[in-house]
Every structure is written in structure tokens, then in C-alpha cells.
Design a binder for this molecule. Structure first.
Ligand code: PMV
Length: 333
């Protein structure tokens, strides 16, 4: 390579129906369990990388939540450059990099901003450095960034992150394409403040919960349930298993040492409202929550306008983000 090289990629955040919480190997980001998610077509990150021997050094610029672009420093900078370093070494390239990344949704509030960010970063960097990798390899490399759930943002639509405890066997694969099922994820935004316990730290604490092993024991059955529900487009089966899994993960979080409470009072108000709509009005909507207070409400697209207008009427909800099944991480420039 003699000329500067550049590429731009876009990737979606994803919402897990079966959650990843706890690791088998922190250095390799090998999860304790498999997980299943859907890409979110309304929560996107666009990342450009420029490798140029003329640059004075590495720099990372982030524009979060539609705001102004600012230089990244500290841990955020180090995590991005560690992933770049891994790929530069693979490509035998030593040129400095300039990374520019922007997303259109609040960061650090349990909307998987790091998943979209590291999927887009890895996709753009592989393309710019001329690394010819399969989707499976791209997903594996994205996992190594440390934001494990980012590997699920590489394939399109409904995705399963396999894991057999080895580096080569831990990658994400499509279960069904985005057009397989018109499913909606309405994010009820409650609070956009940064989370107090990072998921990276949280994973290491998970085994201190007395309920961690019980959760792992019930997951093979629940993974099969969710996989089948997606294939059969069965909202009740998907919703019941998804809600149970979120509650199980948060029970582990709340019983870790020290405990991590991501819920706010408003989180519970939304969960109770959705359960009431289900019981009283037979609306097939179900809740799931990541490492933050915001509630993701899963329903079929035909019910989404009704569910969204009900969510907007709740004082607890600031606004909603409407998502359908999103595409794969892809090069756009
Ligand atoms: O990939 P991480 O380290 O940001 O962890 C993701 C953890 C959860 O969002 C809570 C669950 C999941 O599977 O997305």
C-alpha cells in the first residue's frame, strides 16, 4: 500500500431476546452463554477510518446522540485503538489512523451503542486495510473488541451468537432475514444518563451472584424456544421467553457482589403498564431491558402504532425510538 486508505461503514445496534451476561474468558470476550438478538434499523452508527502515513498520530472523534464531534480520550480512545491495533497487525500496516464516528441515538443508556460502534469500526477498518474476511470472521473479529454483543450486529436481521468456548467457535450467524418478520422494538426512553456499572465490569461480577449458575442451566431450553418462536413468527412464545430472560438477567445483576441496579422507578412503571395492556386489552407486547433503565417493548409491527401512543402517554417515558429488524453492517463509502 502506498496511498492513504479509507472506508466508511454503517452498523445497527441490536436488542437481545436472550441476553449475554457473564464471560467464560474475558481476554477473548468469550461469553458464558449463547444469545439471540434483532438488529435495530432506527439505531445506527456510521464510522469512517482513514489510514495515512502523513497523520501525526492516532485520533478518534465521536459525535454521540446527534451532537457535536469531540475528540475521544481515556478508556473510550484506548478501546477503539486496541481494536484498530489488532486489525493493523493482521494487515501488516503501521500507519496512524483517524477515526470519525457518529450515532443517532443516546449512548451509554442500555441501547447497545457500543455494539453498533464496534461493528461499524471493525467493518470499516477491515475494508480500508484490504482484509478480505467472511461474515463469520468479521463477526469473530468484532467480538474481540471487548464489546461482545457487537458481533451480533454484523449479520442482518435475527441473529444468534454461537459459542462453544473457543475463539474460532464464538461468532454470530443469521437465524432469519429482516423481512422474515415485521417485528417492532419500541424503545421507551426513560433516562439518557451514562450507566453506573459498565457492562464490561458487570460481566466480571456476574458469577458472584448465587443465581448465575441457575440462569445458565435454564438457557439451552430458552434459546431453543426463542429460535423456534422467530422461525414460526410466534409473538407470544417469543415475548414470554424474552421477558423471562430479561428478568432473569436483572436478577443476576441485582444479586452480584456488589449489586448492579440498572432499573429506575420509571422502568418498573413501564413494565407494569405493558403487563396491564396485555392482561386487560390483549395487546401482545413484551418488555426487555439491557444494562440501563430504558425499556424495549417488543410487539408485531401491526400493533406498534397503538403501543407507541400508549407509551407516549406515560409520564415515565420521555420519548420513543421505533425500530424494525435492521440490515447487516455494511460499507457505504
Ligand atoms: O457487549 P457488552 O459487553 O456491551 O454487553 C451487553 C450486555 C447486555 O446488553 C446487557 C446484554 C446483551 O446481550 O446485549
Amino acid at each position: 500500500m502506498t496511498q492513504a486508505c479509507t472506508a466508511t461503514a454503517v452498523a445497527c445496534a441490536n436488542i437481545a431476546f436472550i441476553k449475554y451476561w457473564g464471560q467464560r474468558d474475558a481476554a477473548l470476550t468469550l461469553p458464558a452463554n449463547g444469545s439471540i438478538s434483532m438488529n435495530l434499523d432506527g439505531c445506527l452508527t456510521e464510522t469512517s477510518v482513514l489510514f495515512d502515513p502523513e497523520l501525526a498520530g492516532d485520533s478518534v472523534w465521536l459525535a454521540l446522540g446527534g451532537g457535536e464531534e469531540e475528540p475521544a480520550s481515556g478508556r473510550a480512545f484506548e478501546r477503539v485503538i486496541a481494536q484498530i491495533e489488532r486489525l493493523r497487525a493482521m494487515a501488516g500496516n503501521r500507519w496512524p489512523v483517524q477515526v470519525r464516528s457518529r450515532n443517532n441515538f443516546p449512548s451509554d443508556a442500555g441501547i447497545a451503542s457500543s455494539a453498533a460502534a464496534f461493528a461499524a469500526l471493525t467493518c470499516a477498518t477491515c475494508a480500508a486495510l484490504g482484509l478480505d474476511v467472511s461474515e463469520r470472521e468479521l463477526s469473530r473479529l468484532t467480538r474481540l473488541s471487548g464489546s461482545g454483543s457487537a458481533c451480533r450486529s454484523i449479520p442482518a436481521g435475527f441473529v444468534e451468537w454461537h459459542t462453544d468456548g473457543t475463539d474460532a467457535g464464538s461468532w454470530a450467524e443469521q437465524i432469519a432475514a429482516p423481512d422474515h418478520w415485521a417485528l417492532s422494538d419500541l424503545v421507551a426512553v426513560i433516562d439518557t444518563g451514562a450507566k453506573r456499572v459498565s457492562s464490561l465490569h458487570g460481566h466480571s461480577l456476574a458469577p458472584t451472584s448465587p443465581f448465575f449458575d441457575a440462569r445458565l442451566a435454564e438457557l439451552p431450553q430458552r434459546l431453543a424456544e426463542v429460535r423456534q418462536a422467530i422461525i414460526e413468527r410466534d409473538i407470544e412464545r417469543l415475548g414470554v421467553a424474552t421477558e423471562a430472560d430479561a428478568i432473569s438477567m436483572h436478577a443476576v445483576m441485582m444479586t452480584q457482589r456488589p449489586p448492579a441496579f440498572y432499573w429506575l422507578p420509571a422502568t418498573l412503571l413501564v413494565i407494569q403498564a405493558v403487563q396491564r395492556w396485555r392482561e386487560q386489552d390483549h395487546i401482545q407486547a413484551y418488555c426487555t431491558i439491557d444494562a440501563g433503565p430504558n425499556v424495549h417493548v417488543i410487539c408485531e409491527a401491526s400493533d406498534a402504532p397503538e403501543v407507541e401512543s400508549r407509551l407516549c402517554e406515560l409520564d415515565a417515558v420521555q420519548w420513543t425510538i421505533v425500530n424494525g429488524p435492521g440490515p447487516e453492517a455494511r460499507i457505504v463509502g
